[in-house]
Design a protein around this ligand. Structure first.
Ligand code: AMP
Length: 323
């Protein structure tokens, strides 16, 4: 069984380094810090580090990861890369220096890697995987309130507040196990949900400017100028995709965010229709109903929207029950 193999590897190594994808969300950071906490509590004699090279403002409340260490120290370490479908998406490329690498991920397994690979596309979050890992070995592993809070945070956010169809009875049972450890939900939901006045103004801008195609693809392009006008970080601008999620008959919605490097990030979301193949066509990928991609600018963004429109047209013509 793969989880047993992973635990065995963890027990073999004195140094374990945890990695995650760049542009981290609460699931990537929560799973990394949650696993770090569980392993530090369970094996105080081991050195357990989470070393990554970029940080997001929106995950800052979860706390710090570790500073980098000498490259030579990676060579006798076990690397665990979490929530990262492809090696290119790793934040800290030094995972390749580790003696062995384990993949733990809940995205579709488009690019298998690692000496051991545990991939569960049916899990609603990587944090759920870590919680289930803990539970399977609760006689050998230790957990505390801090670890439970990291994991619960990633579970709540990556499951759309326990709303997506990847949420199972097990998801809720694992969340309940974490809650019982004393997660302070008042504090957590303040960290997650309080909104700045300027962010609400931006939300109203999104509703004013979003457009829809003939078949019902909702989209908006947020250029650098608009981000500056509203004083938005890239993450905040990216929230536009969430504002568009509940429009009847608009089964695909896309936010394009122009970045400093001249490229444009596309955040794609859908219900019923699978969009990961579409994202893959534009140097991206992800989940069936939540993917990311990159386009060169407005012109290619339009192309992506046209493709999404065709996909949705086909879907609507050959399926029933959507709205
Ligand atoms: P985002 O819109 O950036 O939150 O991405 C949605 C989902 O797609 C996340 O789970 C990402 O990990 C995944 N994703 C985003 N961009 C890419 C990419 N370029 N390649 C593969 N997966 C991606």
């Amino acid at each position: 069984m793969v989880k047993e193999k992973i635990l065995k590897k963890i027990e073999e190594y004195d140094r374990i380094i945890i990695f995650r994808h760049f542009h981290p969300d609460c699931d990537a950071v929560g799973a990394s810090l949650g696993l770090r906490e569980i392993l530090r509590l369970s094996y105080p004699e081991k050195e357990v580090l989470a070393i990554n090279h970029d940080f997001g403002d929106e995950t800052a409340f979860l706390g710090d990861e570790d500073g980098d260490i000498d490259g030579a120290l990676y060579s006798d370490a076990l690397g665990i890369l979490i929530d990262t479908a492809t090696l290119e998406r790793a934040s800290n490329k030094k995972f390749s220096l580790c003696r062995e690498l384990i993949k733990i991920d809940h995205h579709i397994n488009v690019a298998p890697y690692g000496d051991i690979s545990w991939v569960e596309p049916n899990f609603s979050s990587a944090c759920e995987m870590i919680a289930s890992f803990y539970q399977d070995f609760s006689d050998r592993l230790k957990i505390n309130k801090a670890a439970a809070t990291y994991l619960y945070c990633g579970m709540v956010t990556d499951s759309g507040r326990f709303r997506f169809n990847t949420v199972s009875g097990d998801t809720l049972r694992l969340a309940a196990m974490l809650l019982d450890l004393g997660v302070d939900t008042d504090k957590l939901f303040s960290d997650l949900y309080l909104t700045e006045y300027s962010a609400l103004k931006f939300q109203s801008y999104v509703y004013k400017k979003m457009k829809t195609t003939e078949s019902g693809v909702l989209y908006i392009y947020i250029d650098r100028k608009t981000q500056k006008k509203f004083g938005l970080s890239r993450e905040e601008a990216g929230n536009a995709v969430m504002y568009m999620e509940s429009v009847k008959n608009c089964l695909i919605w896309i936010a394009f965010i122009e970045c400093d490097d001249g490229k444009t990030r596309a955040r794609l979301r859908s219900r019923f229709v699978k969009i990961n193949k579409l994202a893959e066509k534009y140097s991206g990928g992800g989940h069936a109903c939540a993917s990311g991609a990159t386009v060169s600018g407005k012109k290619q963004a339009k192309e992506l929207v046209r493709d999404a429109d065709a996909l949705l047209k086909d879907y609507k013509a050959s399926n029933e029950g959507w709205q």
